[in-house]
Design a binder for this molecule. Structure first.
Ligand code: GDP
Length: 300
């Protein structure tokens, strides 16, 4: 991931030998390389600008200690600031789900079709059951894709959680309210609501998910986004975060050949923490998102 950044940094490190401190002039070339690599990786321009400014601020005047070369010292700053860009400043609690509510805690999933919502519902249900010992109910409010309800049933049964059946002829809000009523009567700790996704953002879809949000008032509204999408992911993230009070992001398909731009921009664009990363298709392919580890991965 972000191979170009690693390569460009390595190249710049070589040109910066023999200086005792990081200065405006000896870091300029390297920062230019970093900026290009980030833009090539489809990181949103405002995020790139802020990132470069922060790296510059942190690096200037810094003494180069011990056996480090100035280039290596600057790589260290870049690595720490990459982690901050992805939410390291929020602390480890940022990836935790919030359960501080009268049960059931409702989790609403939002995102485009194909982002990985249904798969993530299965993974989350497994994680919550096994790691958090929660009794989980899932429901699909996707009444447009006939296969969607069946797909959710399959993954839910696969992980041993409970499934609330819905009909494509029902209205999404009615489905969600019926599932909530069922969850209350059967003492579920968590209700996860899968929603319809479209191929692109459209008004009707946003209105529908806003109405769902208003009807059930979820404690968590998670925006699921495909890390392979690049610049499109940024536009989608912006549209969803303008329309809905998101509480976090799930970045899927990080195991794929991702250019990394989404991982680096989505926190900046939404202002919300990345809570989980999808790292495989299978049901145990979900990890709590760790910005520092991600920054390590990016820089190889
Ligand atoms: P939805 O339309 O948003 O509900 O998306 P789906 O859950 O149906 O996922 C779309 C495709 O992406 C499926 O083939 C999933 O198996 C795949 N997928 C989802 N998450 C991941 C992931 O983290 N890694 C990989 N490799 N594939 C994933």
């Amino acid at each position: 991931m972000l191979d170009n950044l690693t390569q460009r940094l390595a190249k710049a490190v070589k040109t910066m030998r023999g200086e005792a401190r990081l200065t405006e002039s000896n870091t300029a070339e390297m920062l230019r390389e970093v900026r290009l690599a980030l833009l090539e990786a489809d990181v949103a321009l405002p995020a790139v600008r802020e990132f470069i400014a922060r790296v510059k601020e942190r690096a200037m005047g810094q003494d180069v200690i011990g056996s480090l070369t100035p280039g290596q010292a600057l790589v260290g700053v870049v690595q720490r600031e990459l982690a901050v860009l992805m939410g390291a400043d929020l602390g480890p609690e940022a990836s935790q789900l919030n359960f501080a509510t009268q049960p059931p805690a409702i989790i609403l999933m939002a995102g485009l079709q194909g982002a990985g919502k249904t798969t993530t519902v299965g993974k989350l249900a497994k994680y919550l059951r096994e790691q958090k010992k929660k009794k989980v109910l899932t429901v699909s409010a996707d009444v447009y894709r006939p296969a969607a309800i069946g797909q959710l049933q399959t993954v839910t049964e696969q992980v041993g959680a409970d499934f609330f059946p819905s009909q494509p002829t029902d209205k999404p809000v009615d489905i969600a309210l019926a599932a909530l009523d069922h969850a209350k009567r059967h003492y579920h700790d968590v209700l996860i609501i899968d929603t319809a996704g479209r191929l692109g953002i459209d008004e009707a879809m946003m209105q529908e998910i806003s109405a769902l949000h208003a009807a059930v008032k979820p404690i968590e509204t998670l925006f699921v986004v495909d890390a392979m999408l690049g610049q499109d992911a940024i536009n989608t993230a912006k549209a969803f975060s303008d329309a809905l009070p998101l509480t976090g992001v799930v970045l899927t398909k990080l195991d794929g050949d991702s250019r990394g731009g989404a991982a680096l921009s989505v926190r900046h664009v939404t202002g919300k923490p990345i809570k989980f990363a999808g790292v495989a298709e299978k049901m145990d392919g979900l990890e709590a998102f760790d910005p520092a580890r991600m920054a390590d991965r990016i820089l190889g």
